[in-house]
Design a protein around this ligand. Structure first.
Ligand SMILES: *[C@@H]1O[C@H](CO)[C@@H](O)[C@H](O)[C@H]1NC(C)=O
Ligand SMILES: *[C@@H]1O[C@H](CO)[C@@H](O)[C@H](O)[C@H]1NC(C)=O
Ligand SMILES: *[C@@H]1O[C@H](CO)[C@@H](O)[C@H](O)[C@H]1NC(C)=O
Ligand SMILES: *[C@@H]1O[C@H](CO)[C@@H](O)[C@H](O)[C@H]1NC(C)=O
Length: 413
C-alpha cells in the first residue's frame, strides 16, 4: 500500500515522546542507574576519580549502566516492541517515517547516542531497531508474519534488549477511541465495553503467559546461556492523565461535536488501567527472574517521571496541541522533537489526496486493522463516520458536508 509520509506527522494518537530529560532510572538492587544526559555531556558511568589530573573519562572497569559483560562496554543492543519504544511522534527520520513509525528521538535511539558518545574509541555499538507501532505480543512472537523475534540478527552482537509491549493486547486503541476521541462517532462502541474488555484480558492468565513467552523467546534466541550478561529491560506505560484537576471535567478530546468530557472518573479509570498493566508486566518479570540464578529482566516503571507531563495538567486547556510539556502525542499535534529547527506542524499542512486509500471509507478498514497503526485506524474511522453521516459536526461545530472529507482532515485542528 502506498504510504503518505505527511499524515504520519499528525494523525497519530497518544504515542509517547519520552524525551527531553526523561531519565530511565533503574534502581532495582544490584543494577546501576542509567541516565540519559544532554548532548554536550559525556555519559558518565562512574564518578570520575577525584584526582583532577586523571582523565575525565571514567576508566575501566566501568560501573556499567546495564548489567553487562564484566569489564567491557555493551557492544550492541536491540529494541523490540510497540510504539512506546518505536518512539512515534519524536521527530521524523530523514524527513519521513517508515511503516513502523520509528521516531528520531525514540528512547532506544537516545540510548544508542549515549553509548556512541561514551564508547572510548572502540567500535560503535550495533543497534537493531525492530520496534513497530501497533505491535502486539502475538505480532512479536516467533512464527508471526512480521515477527520481531525472528527478525533480529543473532550474528550481530547484542548485549541487551529494550522492550515495550502489552498495551495493544489490551485494546489501548479501542479504549482511546471509544472513551476519548470517538473517531467513528456513534459507531465507536461504548467506553465501558472497551474498558471491560481490557479488564477481562488482564484478569485472565493469558496476558501474562504471552508476555513471559515473548521475553523467553528473546532470551532463547540470543542463547542466553552463552551470553550470561545479556539482559532485557522492559518498560511499562505512563498514566495518561492528571486525574485531580477540576477544569478538565469540561474539556473533550472528541473528534466530533459534543464529544465525551474528560471527567475525573474517566481519567481515573484509564489511569488505573495503566497501573494495572504495569503491575502485570512487573509480575511477569518477577516470575521470569525467579527462575534464573541472576535476574535477566529489568522492569522500568517510569510513570513518576511523567508527573506534570500528562494530559489535563493544571491550567492547561485541552486539547492543547502546542504544549510541548505534554509527553504524549496528541491527534493533530506537533512532533515533540527538541532538535528540530522548528516544530513539525501537523494537520494544517498535511494534505491527503482525495484518492488516498487511507480515507477510502469503503475499503480502508481492513488494511488499517491489519497494520494495527492507530493513526491509520483513526483516519479511516473518521472517513467512515463522515460518509455514514454527512451532517456530522466536527468538534468545533462545523458540519462535515461543508467541505470534502479531504478538506476536513486537512484542517483538522
Ligand atoms: C538518511 O538519509 C541519508 C542520506 O540519504 C542516508 O545515508 C541514511 O542512511 C538515512 N538514514 C536513515 C536512518 O534512513
Ligand atoms: C552511532 O554511531 C553510528 C556509527 O558511527 C551512526 O551510524 C549512528 O547514527 C550513531 N547513532 C546515534 C544515535 O548517534
Ligand atoms: C547479521 O550481522 C552480521 C554481523 O554484524 C552481518 O555480517 C550480517 O550481514 C547480518 N545479516 C543480515 C541478514 O543482516
Ligand atoms: C516549548 O514551548 C514553549 C512555549 O510555547 C516554547 O517557548 C519553547 O521554545 C518550546 N520548546 C521546544 C523545545 O520546542
Amino acid at each position: 500500500m502506498t504510504r503518505y509520509p505527511d499524515i504520519a506527522t499528525w494523525l497519530l494518537l497518544l504515542a509517547l515522546a519520552p524525551i527531553r530529560g526523561l531519565c530511565l532510572v533503574a534502581l532495582s538492587h544490584g543494577w546501576q542507574p542509567y541516565e540519559h544526559l544532554p548532548e554536550d555531556e559525556q555519559l558518565v558511568l562512574q564518578r570520575p576519580p577525584s584526582d583532577s589530573s586523571a582523565a575525565t573519562r571514567p576508566s575501566a572497569p566501568y560501573a556499567l549502566p546495564f548489567p553487562s559483560r564484566p569489564g567491557s562496554r555493551p557492544s550492541g543492543f536491540i529494541a523490540l516492541g510497540d510504539s512506546y519504544s518505536a518512539g512515534i511522534g519524536t521527530g521524523l527520520v530523514n524527513g519521513t517515517e517508515d511503516d513502523c513509525r520509528r521516531g528520531a528521538n525514540a528512547y532506544p535511539v537516545l540510548v544508542q547516542r549515549d553509548l556512541n558518545r561514551s564508547r572510548d574509541g572502540g567500535d560503535d555499538p550495533t543497534f537493531q531497531f525492530l520496534s513497530c507501532t501497533g505491535s502486539t505480543v502475538g505480532d512479536m512472537l516467533a512464527g508471526a508474519e512480521h515477527s520481531q523475534i525472528d527478525g533480529f540478527n543473532t550474528t550481530s552482537t547484542a548485549d541487551f534488549a529494550l522492550l515495550s509491549i502489552g498495551g495493544n493486547d489490551l485494546g489501548f486503541f479501542d479504549i482511546m477511541n471509544s472513551c476519548i476521541f470517538r473517531f467513528y462517532s456513534f459507531y465507536s462502541g461504548t467506553c465501558e465495553t472497551a474498558l471491560c474488555h481490557a479488564d477481562e484480558q488482564m484478569a485472565s492468565s493469558d496476558f501474562e503467559n504471552r508476555l513471559r513467552l515473548a521475553i523467553m523467546e528473546i532470551l532463547d534466541r540470543v542463547r542466553w546461556e552463552k551470553r550470561p550478561w545479556f539482559t532485557i529491560t522492559v518498560t511499562g506505560y505512563a498514566r495518561f492523565f492528571n486525574a485531580d484537576t477540576d477544569e478538565c471535567d469540561d474539556y473533550s478530546f472528541g473528534m466530533w461535536w459534543r464529544g465525551p468530557k474528560l471527567e475525573r472518573k474517566l481519567r481515573q479509570r484509564m489511569n488505573d488501567m495503566v497501573v494495572d498493566v504495569n503491575n502485570k508486566i512487573r509480575h511477569s518479570v518477577d516470575v521470569i527472574n525467579a527462575a534464573f540464578a541472576e535476574p535477566r529482566v529489568l522492569f522500568v516503571d517510569y510513570d513518576d517521571a511523567f508527573e506534570g507531563h500528562r494530559f489535563c495538567e493544571p491550567g492547561v486547556v485541552e486539547p492543547d496541541y502546542a504544549r510541548n510539556e505534554t509527553w504524549f502525542f496528541l491527534v493533530g499535534g506537533l512532533d515533540n522533537n527538541p532538535s528540530a529547527e522548528k516544530p513539525v506542524l501537523g494537520a494544517q499542512y498535511a494534505l491527503l489526496p482525495p484518492e488516498s486509500p487511507l480515507i477510502d471509507p469503503e475499503n480502508c478498514l481492513e488494511p488499517a486493522q491489519t497494520s494495527g497503526d492507530w493513526g491509520e485506524l483513526a483516519l479511516c474511522m473518521m472517513a467512515m463516520a463522515a460518509e455514514r453521516d454527512p451532517m456530522l459536526r466536527k468538534a468545533d461545530g462545523r458540519v462535515v458536508a461543508e467541505n470534502s472529507m479531504c478538506g476536513v482532515l486537512a484542517t483538522w485542528q
